[in-house]
Design a protein around this ligand. Structure first.
Ligand SMILES: C[S@@+](CC[C@H](N)C(=O)[O-])C[C@H]1O[C@@H](n2cnc3c(N)ncnc32)[C@H](O)[C@@H]1O
Length: 411
């Protein structure tokens, strides 16, 4: 019945209907038919050529979920990378792309991060794009409710916002440091013609099928400077690894570089880890970065250490985590069943199993293993975060909320 509409969503904005669920489409469609006072046949006929109908459908179907300083580790990494990039660039202006930006919390978090590092607004430019014009208008207004600040560092609201009628208005200098505009990642004619030091593309590829994900990754790489960095969402790392990008991530920052930049020199103070997604690693078994020597190149100051796995012991779980850490996802996944048979169930095993499934786009399995991890260890923070992100991506906000509540310390 709705095949044509599903195809249009897939072709134009990359949406794989399974990622949001056909029930969501049914619910949205009945509201749209009412809104435009037509039956399904007329609607399907008009939709491809009607701008208002198409815009309204997109706005109702896409998930604008976002908040300030989502995945805080990535912003810590941005703070470190920014100084390194600025010292290396003669232009001295950091170019940052945030696509999709939704209601603006993410690009404003980037602006706050850079300002906290002492950068003046004229030293960076943040371009923030989204396909949904409604959320762009909200982002431009810069007015936020408490909900947008969940999990934020204390004092953030007071320092960078002004209270206004129960909401919070972003300060004008921050507002002006971000340019918002329409952009569809799958339509290059709507995208900027420049290249960026930092590209944030988080929680968009989860809605795409695998082919569309790969076109999106190609497009994103076009938008990166050769020595730039790209930040993904936790459930999207697999698409970038599959495309041959190098994971340059500190724990939970989900950052990537172009492959030729694997051994790039950086001025980042702490050693970076080459890892699947950081979160696959347990502190006691994470890889330890070891300096790979100093090849001096003009304008570059310090070598990015190559990760050298250090085995604490020869256990199967450590092997799985090491392989995950080295990007050998399929091999690591294959060992999980063996680990279950030999070692029995544990939250640690189910968590990494979930994460590997997630990275390999096996969303059903990922959900099942995260739930198993939480059955054994109900407050396993990483499993809670991953499962919440996965459920939100599937539009199951009620379930996501239930798990998210466990992350909030009880008073
Ligand atoms: C879940 S939000 C992610 C926001 C933010 N990046 C974050 O992770 O917090 C997804 C956003 O993607 C936007 N979007 C969906 N399809 C898109 C496309 N093809 N191009 C650009 N933006 C798109 C939606 O409008 C929505 O605002």
């Amino acid at each position: 019945m709705t095949v044509l509409i599903e195809q249009l969503l897939q072709q134009r904005i990359g949406m794989d209907i399974r990622s949001v669920g056909r029930q969501t489409l049914q619910r949205v469609l009945s509201a749209e038919l009412q809104k435009f006072s037509c039956n399904l046949a007329d609607y399907q006929h008009q939709l491809p050529v009607s701008e208002p109908m198409w815009t309204s459908l997109v706005e109702a179907m896409v998930v604008p979920e976002t908040w300030f300083f989502r995945y805080p580790e990535s912003f810590r990494l941005v703070a470190e990378l920014a100084s390194h990039l600025l010292t290396r660039q003669s232009s001295a202006r950091l170019a940052v792309l945030c696509l999709p930006c939704s209601t603006g919390e993410e690009p404003y978090s980037l602006a706050i991060t850079l300002m906290q590092q002492g950068y003046q607004p004229n030293q960076f430019q943040i371009d923030a794009l989204d396909i949904n014009t409604k959320v762009l208008a909200q982002a431009e207004q810069g007015l936020f409710r408490d909900y947008s600040f969940r999990g934020c560092p204390a004092g953030l609201k007071e320092r960078y916002f002004t209270a206004r009628g129960g909401q919070y208005q972003i300060h004008p200098d921050l507002r002006q440091s971000v340019s918002f505009r329409y952009g569809n990642l799958l339509d290059s004619s709507t995208l900027p013609q420049k290249k960026y030091h930092l590209v944030f593309c988080r929680n968009l590829l989860i809605y795409f099928d695998q082919n569309t994900q790969q076109s999106a990754v190609r497009q994103l790489r076009q938008l990166m400077l050769p020595d730039g960095y790209l930040f993904s969402g936790p459930a999207e790392t697999g698409a970038f690894l599959k495309a041959g990008m190098t994971s340059l991530t500190q724990r939970d920052s989900f950052a990537f570089a172009n492959p030729q930049e694997k051994n790039r020199q950086t001025a980042v103070a702490k050693p970076l880890l080459v890892a699947v997604s950081g979160s696959a690693l347990n502190k006691s078994t994470r890889t330890v970065a070891k300096p790979a020597g100093h090849r001096q190149k003009p304008g570059r100051t310090e070598v990015l250490p190559q990760a050298v796995p250090v085995k604490k012991n020869t256990g199967l779980l450590e092997d799985i985590e090491q392989q995950a850490n080295q990007g050998q996802l399929t091999q690591a996944l294959a060992l999980c069943q063996q680990a279950l048979t030999e070692l029995g169930p544990s939250a640690r095993l189910f968590y990494v199993w979930g994460l590997l499934s997630d990275s390999l786009d096996q969303k059903g399995n990922a959900e099942m293993y995260y739930r198993k991890a939480l059955y054994i260890e109900p407050l396993h923070t990483q499993a809670l975060k991953q499962l919440t992100a996965l459920l939100r991506a599937q539009n199951d906000h009620a379930a996501a909320e239930r798990f998210e509540q466990r992350l909030t310390p009880r008073k």
